[in-house]
Design a protein around this ligand. Structure first.
Ligand code: NAP
Length: 246
């Protein structure tokens, strides 16, 4: 049974991904930084439904935490077959005019640091096994700018290109690396940063007339984790109801 490590899985999109992958038979690692009760509840829910999950605390922007987390997974289940970079490190909504370097540089740093550290930690095992799935949560904002979202959109655009380089280098090893790029997701905590009025306007701007659902993002991740996607690497897959098509 394959093992999937989902960063920031105590709530929101990460929790939906953990639930979906557990339903599909993966052993699931529910990583969190500071929400142990939420993560434990999710693990209990997955177990009650017949799945297998464990919660592991670890700040994915800290090298020692990431090493320790991956060591714990290996000790328990032998390997990490699927990595989902999902944890949402904090960011500010701001105009360029009001933004400081610390706001922009800080978000770019935490986004890339988390992706870098977790990828570094799992790739050697994947190379040794000749297979692996690396899946990264981007955001449609990395390609379609929206006022106020410059810190998140810029950080995710940097992540996008990092993932393409990783995909290129690891392709000969049977490892795929892909991006899932949702538009605003309903019910996710980060959506709470945006006013109800703005959420309504965002939904109206989407051809399908609504926000994305966490489960729809999770299903796309599940496809990329599966054998069915084995020849797909380096791609950016929007989950956006037709918004931002190219
Ligand atoms: N929500 C949207 O509308 C939307 C749209 C496009 C893309 N996305 C992307 O989807 C991903 C998930 O977003 P979300 O809205 O579901 O987030 P969320 O509801 O805010 O949840 C964030 C998760 O990340 C964890 N986390 C935060 N900092 C962490 C750290 N340093 N180390 C480990 N875990 C950490 C949180 O756990 P703790 O509480 O323990 O810190 C929590 O489990 C993000 O990458 C986001 O950019 C979201």
């Amino acid at each position: 049974m394959a093992v999937a490590l989902i960063t920031g899985a105590s709530r929101g999109i990460g929790a939906a991904i953990a639930t979906t992958l557990a339903q599909q038979g993966y052993k699931v690692v529910v990583n969190h930084r500071a929400s142990a009760p939420l993560a434990e509840d999710l693990v209990a829910t997955i177990a009650a439904a017949g799945g297998e999950a464990v919660s592991i605390q670890g700040d994915v922007t800290k090298a020692d935490d990431v090493t320790s987390m991956v060591d714990q997974v290996k000790e328990r289940w032998g390997s990490v077959d699927v990595l989902v970079h999902n944890a949402l490190t904090p960011y500010d909504i701001t105009s360029f005019a009001d933004m400081s370097w610390e706001q922009l540089g800080g978000k770019v740093d935490t986004e890339l640091r988390a992706a870098f550290l977790t990828t570094k930690a799992v790739v050697p095992g994947m190379i040794a096994r000749g297979s692996g799935r690396l899946i990264y949560l981007s955001a449609l904002l990395s390609r379609k700018p929206r006022n106020g979202m410059i810190t998140l959109g810029t950080a995710k655009a940097a992540l996008d290109q990092f993932v393409r380089y990783v995909a290129l280098e690891l392709a000969p090893n049977g490892i795929t690396a892909n991006l899932v790029a949702p538009t605003t997701v309903e019910g996710a905590l980060s959506a709470g940063l945006v006013s109800a009025e703005r959420l309504k306007a965002i939904a109206a701007s989407i051809p399908m007339g609504r926000l994305a659902k966490p489960g729809e993002v999770a299903n796309t991740v599940a496809y990329l984790a599966s054998d069915a996607s084995g020849f797909t690497t380096g791609h950016y897959i929007p989950v956006s109801g037709g918004f931002g098509m190219e």
